[in-house]
Design a protein around this ligand. Structure first.
Ligand code: CDP
Ligand code: MG
Length: 735
C-alpha cells in the first residue's frame, strides 16, 4: 500500500471473526419463509421463529447454512454474470414466482401486510403486477409511498424503464416541490409526506384504487400518521386496496393495527454474510472506513463495497480522502470507482449507482441510511458499517429540536449487514466491537413520532378536520407532552385559536408544504412587504444540501469567496446575496464555479423558489420586493422563528431565551466573530456542542411586535443573569 500509508491501516485479521452458529436456525428460517401466512394466528407463529433469531450476533451467521429455497429460485449471481434483459431480470426477482398468488390475495383481502427481504422486488414489481391485473382499468391509480425522496424518484425511474414508458407519463413520482406525473399516470410513487398532503385536496383518495404504504418498518412520522388515515378511509371505501409493505421481521404490530390483516410473506433469499467487528472502538470512523475500503480493495476478491455514513458532508470527506489515497497508490491497485449516494444527489448521479461495474474494477458506494432498505444496489459483497446515523431529536422539555449523529439499532445493523448477502456470500465489517453491538445498541430504532417535533403533523391533521388528536388512531402514540407542546407552538404562531381550532392564518399555513415556522415566516412577508426576499430565503433554507463548496485543496479561496457574500445582519441575508447575485449572473454555472457555490444546490433552490411563488398566488400574497429593508426581512423571519431566539451570555456562548440552554454560533456563520446581543437561529446541529446554524441578529423589541402572546417585556430585559419564567404566555389570540 505504499510506505507512507501502511501505518494507517487496521489489518483485516485484526478484526475479530464471530463464531459460526448452528444449522438449525437457518433451516427453520427457510421453512418459515417457505409458507405463506394468513391471519394473525399464523403471524404469531412467525414471531416465535423471530424470537429464536433474536440472538442477533448469530443471526447473519445463521444464514450461512445452505438452505432449501435456493433450489426453487435461480441463483442470481450466476444469472447476473450474463447480461440480463429487463424481462429476465424481472423474472429473477424472488417475488416473481408469487405474482399470481399475490394478485389473488390482493383481490381477496382489502388490507394486506406484505413482508419480504429488501431487494425481493416489492417496491418495483407489486405496482406493475397490480397494473397488469387490471387495478388501473377504471382510470384509477396505484399509489406507493416512500419515506425518502431519492427512493421515490429512483424507483419510479426504474419502473418506467421496465415498462418502457417515459418517466412522468404512465409512471411518475411526486415529492415535495416536484411533481413528475401527468394525466396519464397510473403508477405513482411519492414520499409519505406528499401523500399526507394529498389528503388535503382529496380526503378519500378517490383517484386511487390501490395504496401501498411501503417501507412501513421505517416508521417515519408521516408513515405513522398515514397508517391512521388510510385505515380510516378503508372503512368507508371498500373498493380501495391497502398494502402495507415492510422489510422488517416484526409485522405483527401492523397486522394487529389493521384489524388482524393477513400477512403475505415473500420468501427471503439471502446468502451467508460473515460479520467482523473491530477489537477496539474506532476514534475516527470516517478514516477507519477509508482504511477498510482500501484493505478490502487490496486483499479481497472483486465485488462491490457499500459503506454507510451519516450524511452528505461525511460522504464528501470520505470521498476526498479515499480519492487522494487511491491516487497515491496509482497503478498498483485495480480501478476503484467511488460513488456517493445521499438524499440531495442529482438524478444523473443516482443513475450511476445502478450501472454495472466494468470488468476488473470495483465499485464503492458511500451512502447514507438510504441504502439500508429503501434502495437495493445489486452485487454488493462487502458492507462497511460504522454504526451511526443522523437523527432528528426533539426535547419537549427544552423545546429544542436538533439533528445529531446517534448509534444505530441492532435491527438497522442487521439490515445493513444483509445488504452484503443479496447476490452471493458476503462480508460485513462493523467498525465497532462485538461487545458494543451486544450491550450498547438498542433493539430497534425509536419511531420518529416519539422523538421529533409534531408541529407540522398536528397542523396537517387539524387542517384535515381531525381535532381530537389525543384519540387519533396512532400505531404508537406520541408522548403527551410533545403533542401539547406542538399545540402550544401552533397557538403561539397564530395557527390555532384558544379553543385549539385552526385559524384563517393556520389554514393558509397548512397550504404551504413547509414546517409551520417557515410557513408563518413566508406569510408574514405580506405584512412586511418583502415577499420576494423571504421566498428566496425560504428556498435557500429548504435546499438542505450544502450551498458553499469547500474543496480541500482550495480552502482559503473558498472561504474568502464565502466571506464575500457575508451580510452583517446575518446568514439568511448572506444566502439572499448568493441567490440574487447568481440570478444576476443569469443563473450561470461559471459564476457558481468561480464563487465556490454548488450549482446543483442553487438549481434546486431555484425550483423550490418557483414552487413557493406559485403557492403564494394560491394564498393570495403579492410578490413585492423590499430589498433595502433588511429590518423588515428580519422581522418577517422573526415572525416565524421567534422560538429560536438566544441572547449573548458570556465567553462567546449564548443562552436560549425561554429555557436558558447553552448554544453557540456555528463557525461558518457571518456572525461568528461579531457576536450580537440577540440572535435568531434557523436550526441547531449537535456535534461537539449545540451549534446554531444560519443566524441573524435581531432586536429584542421585535419579539414583542411579532409574538406578543409568547414574549413578555420582562423576559426581554437586558439583565443577563435574570431567571426566565418557564411557562408560555397565554393571552387571548385574535385571528
Ligand atoms: O422493494 P424491495 O426492496 O423488495 O425491492 P425493489 O426495490 O423492488 O428492487 C428490486 C430490484 O430492482 C433490485 O434488484 C434492484 O437492484 C432493482 N432496482 C434497480 O435496478 N434500480 C432502481 N432504481 C431500483 C431497483
Ligand atoms: Mg422497497
Amino acid at each position: 500500500l505504499g510506505k507512507d500509508s501502511t501505518a494507517d491501516y487496521i489489518e483485516v485479521d485484526e478484526l475479530e471473526k464471530v463464531p459460526q452458529s448452528e444449522q438449525k436456525k437457518w433451516e427453520k428460517d427457510q421453512m418459515a419463509s417457505a409458507v405463506f401466512k394468513f391471519g394473525a394466528k399464523d403471524v404469531k407463529k412467525t414471531d416465535d421463529y423471530e424470537l429464536l433469531l433474536e440472538d442477533q450476533i448469530d443471526f447473519i451467521q445463521a444464514l450461512q447454512m445452505p438452505g432449501s429455497s435456493e433450489k426453487k429460485v435461480p441463483e442470481i449471481s450466476d444469472v447476473q454474470k450474463k447480461k440480463l434483459t429487463i424481462e429476465e431480470t424481472k423474472k429473477s426477482l424472488p417475488i416473481y414466482p408469487f405474482k399470481d398468488d399475490l394478485i389473488a390475495a390482493v383481490k381477496e383481502y382489502q388490507v394486506l401486510i406484505i413482508k419480504g427481504e429488501t431487494g425481493s422486488g416489492k417496491t418495483t414489481q407489486i405496482p406493475q403486477y397490480l397494473h397488469e391485473a387490471g387495478f388501473t382499468a377504471d382510470g384509477k391509480k396505484i399509489g406507493c409511498t416512500q419515506p425518502r425522496r431519492v427512493a421515490a424518484m429512483s424507483v419510479a425511474a426504474r419502473v418506467a424503464q421496465e415498462m418502457d414508458v417515459k418517466l412522468g407519463n404512465e409512471v411518475g413520482y411526486a415529492i415535495r416541490f416536484e411533481d413528475c406525473t401527468s394525466e396519464r399516470t397510473v403508477i405513482k410513487y411519492m414520499t409519505d409526506g406528499t401523500l399526507h398532503r394529498e389528503f388535503l385536496s382529496e380526503p378519500d383518495l378517490q383517484s386511487y384504487s390501490v395504496m401501498i404504504i411501503d417501507e412501513a418498518h421505517e416508521r417515519t412520522l408521516h408513515t405513522d400518521i398515514l397508517f391512521g388515515l388510510v385505515k380510516d378511509i378503508a372503512r368507508f371505501r371498500p373498493d380501495l386496496k391497502l398494502l402495507i409493505s415492510s422489510a422488517t421481521l416484526d409485522v405483527t404490530k401492523f397486522s394487529e393495527f389493521f384489524d388482524d390483516a393477513p400477512v403475505y410473506q415473500i420468501p427471503g433469499r439471502r446468502f451467508p454474510v460473515d460479520i467482523y467487528y473491530t477489537k477496539a472502538p474506532e476514534a475516527d470512523y470516517v478514516d477507519a472506513c477509508v482504511v477498510s475500503i482500501l484493505q478490502i480493495h487490496v486483499t479481497q476478491p472483486l465485488g462491490d463495497i457499500l459503506v454507510f455514513l451519516t450524511g452528505q458532508d461525511e460522504i464528501e470527506t470520505c470521498h476526498e480522502l479515499l480519492q487522494d489515497r487511491v491516487r497515491r497508490l496509482g497503478s498498483k491497485v485495480k480501478e476503484l470507482i467511488i460513488l456517493p449516494l445521499y438524499a440531495n444527489l442529482p438524478s444523473d448521479m443516482q443513475a450511476k449507482i445502478f450501472e454495472p461495474t466494468p470488468p476488473g474494477a470495483r465499485k464503492v458506494i458511500l451512502a447514507t441510511n438510504i441504502a439500508e432498505t429503501s434502495l437495493t444496489i445489486d452485487n454488493i459483497i462487502y458492507v462497511i458499517d460504522p454504526g451511526f446515523a443522523k437523527q432528528n431529536h426533539f426535547n419537549s422539555r427544552t423545546g429544542m429540536e436538533s439533528l445529531m449523529v446517534v448509534p444505530i439499532s441492532k435491527a438497522s445493523a442487521n439490515q445493513r449487514a444483509g445488504r452484503a448477502g443479496r447476490v452471493a456470500a458476503g462480508k460485513c465489517f462493523r467498525l465497532y466491537t462485538a461487545w458494543s453491538y451486544k450491550h450498547e445498541l438498542e433493539e430497534c430504532t425509536v419511531p420518529e413520532i416519539q422523538r421529533i417535533n409534531l408541529g407540522n403533523a398536528v397542523l396537517m391533521l387539524k387542517a384535515l378536520g381531525i381535532n381530537d388528536l389525543v384519540h387519533f388512531d396512532f400505531l404508537d402514540p406520541p408522548p403527551h407532552e410533545t403533542l401539547v407542546l406542538a399545540l402550544e407552538q401552533l397557538y403561539a404562531l397564530g395557527a390555532l385559536n384558544h379553543h385549539g381550532e385552526l385559524t384563517k392564518l393556520g389554514r393558509r399555513m397548512a397550504e404551504l408544504p413547509v414546517d409551520p415556522m417557515m410557513a408563518k415566516m413566508v406569510l408574514a412577508s405580506e405584512k412586511y412587504k418583502c415577499s420576494e426576499e423571504i421566498v428566496t430565503i425560504g428556498a435557500m433554507l429548504s435546499v438542505n444540501g450544502a450551498i458553499f463548496y469547500r474543496p480541500k485543496d482550495k480552502i482559503i479561496h473558498a472561504d474568502t469567496a464565502r466571506k464575500n457574500f457575508y451580510h452583517m445582519a446575518g446568514d439568511h441575508l448572506s444566502l439572499l446575496n448568493v441567490y440574487n447575485q447568481w440570478r444576476d449572473s443569469d443563473y450561470s454555472l461559471q459564476w457558481c464555479y468561480e464563487n465556490f457555490i454548488q450549482h446543483r444546490s442553487m438549481k434546486r433552490a431555484r425550483d423550490v423558489r418557483e414552487q413557493l411563488v406559485n403557492l403564494m398566488q394560491r394564498v393570495e400574497i403579492e410578490m413585492v420586493s423590499g430589498i433595502d429593508e433588511t429590518d423588515n426581512i428580519r422581522k418577517a423571519i422573526t415572525s416565524g422563528y421567534f422560538y429560536h431566539i438566544a441572547r449573548f451570555s458570556k465567553g462567546g456562548s449564548y443562552k436560549t431565551v425561554k429555557h436558558n440552554q447553552s448554544v453557540t454560533i456555528h463557525p461558518n456563520s457571518a456572525l461568528f466573530e461579531t457576536l450580537p446581543r440577540w440572535v435568531l437561529y434557523h436550526e441547531l446541529v449537535f456535534t461537539t456542542k449545540e451549534f446554531m446554524r444560519q443566524v441573524i441578529e435581531i432586536e429584542s423589541k421585535w419579539l414583542l411586535e411579532v409574538a406578543p402572546h409568547y414574549y413578555k417585556a420582562k423576559e426581554l430585559e437586558d439583565s443577563t443573569n435574570k431567571k426566565m419564567p418557564k411557562t408560555v404566555g397565554r393571552s387571548k389570540m385574535t385571528d
